[in-house]
Design a protein around this ligand. Structure first.
Ligand SMILES: [Zn+2]
Length: 432
């Protein structure tokens, strides 16, 4: 291509990498022919095209995937676009196109020979799981992997692309209504950029992990991410999403029942939970335990007109059911956790140790231990927390126990906090 265009004395413009080149021939006035390559974005609108693209992808060890969806007015996210890319090719799948059958895509999602690369995969996986009842596998999440490569906690896609490739992405189409058709060229380009640069990001991060021998660290995280339990929440456990704002066993019993009912109702009607009854209103109903419709209509936390909706009688029914229950059957209010003496100070020390570990190894703190988990280590040498298992124990857990048990100390020297080994005599001194 280059030679022919140059001999015709034309400038060559490099095309956007997210498009496929189609060859055309143009005859000039002097009868010379030149070839031009026209960029065409591959937009899939039929099952056959989808099947072809997926077939192409299976010849590669990985593909990058992203989805665009809406979930403002529904319980389940509404899938609008799927973007796919593999080395040398990229597509936008218009999943709203008439008669589109997703099966080739779902087969690709569970093809064990092709790694599905996402950035911040959770919501995308949730959508695929809801569509097919199966979790994509194998999966590689560049946001999670970036945490063990020194890019900090939860880095955004555009920041990661910038840090790895130096390219700045145009984010102006971020708040597009992806269910609208037709989408503009700019919106489509924005959507496609979510997978095109991801290829380079993946290659770079994968190499980084291999070089540092950290691939297995990420593999562990990916197994959690692709475990169906991560996405399956039984409606009877829905109360666990709520805050413990109740103080009496009867209120807790009511909160559990209301949350269970709301979860099932919202799923069945495919509307967000807050459209049925907001969290605030659940706490309110728990403390006031209304039994008459007028009491419901007085509650300002309830959506307007709630007393007249079909949900009003449901709430009253649940309240009276719980009121009729034997108080001995009510769940116990969990006691506020008691931290043993000295634990708070020890936790502070572990926080400092975590901070220096994070700096030394270029790993995000979040992936090693949360403050909650540090508290558990402070209280118990055998606490069942990730930081005391596997690679986290090697990196941090063993040192944390040594610090806690007086075998090492922290000292400040040369503008940095350092670990000081104590011999047994010093340990004794430290103990006194
Ligand atoms: Zn996207």
């Amino acid at each position: 291509m280059t030679g022919r265009l140059s001999s015709a004395g034309l400038d060559i413009h490099l095309l956007n990498s997210c498009q496929v080149l189609t060859k055309c021939v143009i005859f000039l006035a002097d009868k010379r022919a030149i070839f031009v390559y026209i960029a065409v974005m591959q937009i899939i609108k039929t099952t056959e095209e989808l099947s072809e693209a997926c077939e192409k992808i299976t010849q590669h060890p990985y593909c990058t995937v992203d989805t665009e969806f809406l979930r403002e007015s529904t319980f389940w996210p509404e899938l609008c676009l799927v973007q796919l890319a593999c080395p040398g090719d990229e597509w936008i799948v218009d999943v709203l196109a008439k008669d589109m059958d997703f099966r080739p895509l779902l087969a690709l999602m569970k093809n064990e020979n092709v790694v599905k690369v996402f950035h911040a995969a959770r919501q995308d996986i949730e959508i695929m799981y809801h569509l097919s009842g199966e979790v994509p596998h194998p999966v590689f999440d560049t946001q999670v992997a970036a945490m063990v490569c020194g890019y900090g906690d939860s880095i955004s896609y555009d920041q990661l692309v910038y840090r790895i490739t130096g390219r700045q992405l145009d984010k102006s189409s971020r708040f597009t209504d992806w269910s609208k058709r037709p989408l503009s060229q700019k919106q489509l380009e924005y959507a496609l950029a979510d997978v095109t640069h991801l290829r380079e990001v993946y290659i770079s991060i994968k190499a980084n992990l291999e070089e540092q021998n950290r691939s297995h660290w990420v593999a562990e995280e990916m197994e959690i991410l692709t475990s169906p339990e991560t996405y399956d929440m039984p409606p009877e456990n829905a109360w666990q999403r709520l805050k413990m704002r109740v103080r009496k066993p009867r209120e807790l019993a009511l909160m559990k029942k209301l949350a269970h009912w709301r979860e099932e109702t919202a799923r069945a009607a495919n509307v967000p939970r807050g459209r049925i009854i907001r969290d605030d209103a659940i706490y309110d109903v728990c403390s006031r335990a209304p039994t008459r419709m007028e009491q419901l209509s007085d509650m300002r936390s309830l959506n307007r007109g709630f007393d007249k909706s079909r949900y009003g009688p449901e709430i009253l029914r649940i309240v009276s059911e719980v009121k009729a229950q034997d108080p001995n059957s009510f769940p116990k209010i969990p006691k506020p956790k008691q931290t043993p003496e000295g634990c708070a100070a020890c936790t502070e020390m572990l926080k400092v140790l975590l901070k220096i570990t994070v700096e030394k190894y270029g790993v995000a703190a979040k992936i090693i231990a949360t403050v909650d988990e540090l508290e558990k280590i402070a209280a118990d040498n055998n606490a069942d927390v990730p930081a005391l298992h596997g690679w986290r124990r090697e990196l941090f857990g063993n040192t944390a126990l040594d610090l806690k048990n007086g075998k090492i100390a922290l000292g400040y020297n040369n503008r940095s906090v350092q670990i000081v080994k104590l011999d047994s005599d010093q340990s004794k001194v430290a103990a006194e």
